[in-house]
Design a protein. Structure first.
Length: 188
């Protein structure tokens, strides 16, 4: 597993570094910023909810189509504790969910922290998803919103302050597994 991560990190470092050096753009997982009530030109479905009404869950996706996947998250070095707090809440949400798909996703989902500095001296966190639930949505904000609707805004503020750039996703297709030997061919 370590050699796989090392090889993939080396292969993607240049592309990830280039992506992270650009000004951070909104990622598909970020909940939309609430608009001020009555903001001219704001569509009705983007207006904030009435007081006392929970905010709608963000309508974003992060679907993996391959056998496995990696998602890279560069995080500011002084904000790793905040990011890890969010990951602990995500683990709680996934493992206690009544949704069988989310529990299946949790079984193959690990979060690693790179020992080496990431792009622009960030701390690089990597979601290693193996096996991936094909067609499963790995955008974690909806999961957090469903599990912790009263806390999701606070968690998102922590996330916004912690990220050091955009995410990178890799869908991986299995070519060969060296961990599963093939049965011997019988002698004839």
């Amino acid at each position: 597993m370590r050699s796989l991560l090392a090889a993939l990190f080396v292969c993607t470092a240049a592309g990830l570094s280039a992506a992270v050096q650009q000004p951070p753009a909104p990622t598909p997982q970020q909940p939309p910023a609430p608009a001020a009530p009555g903001t001219p030109g704001t569509p009705p479905d983007q207006q904030p909810p009435a007081p006392g009404t929970p905010a709608p869950a963000p309508q974003t996706t992060r679907v993996l189509a391959g056998d496995a996947g990696l998602i890279f998250f560069p995080v500011k070095p002084d904000r790793t504790g905040d990011f890890e707090k969010i990951m602990a809440k995500l683990k709680e949400a996934l493992t206690t969910s009544k949704d069988a798909t989310l529990r299946e996703q949790a079984a193959g989902w690990k979060v690693f922290k790179a020992v080496e500095p990431g792009p622009n001296s960030s701390v690089l966190y990597v979601f290693v998803i193996d096996p991936a639930v094909k067609g499963g949505d790995y955008a974690f904000w909806k999961t957090l919103y469903d599990a912790f609707p009263a806390e999701v805004q606070q968690l998102y503020r922590l996330y916004s302050a912690a990220t050091a750039g955009g995410q990178s996703l890799l869908n991986l297709q299995l070519v060969e597994s060296f961990s599963t030997p093939k049965p011997p061919i019988p002698n004839r």
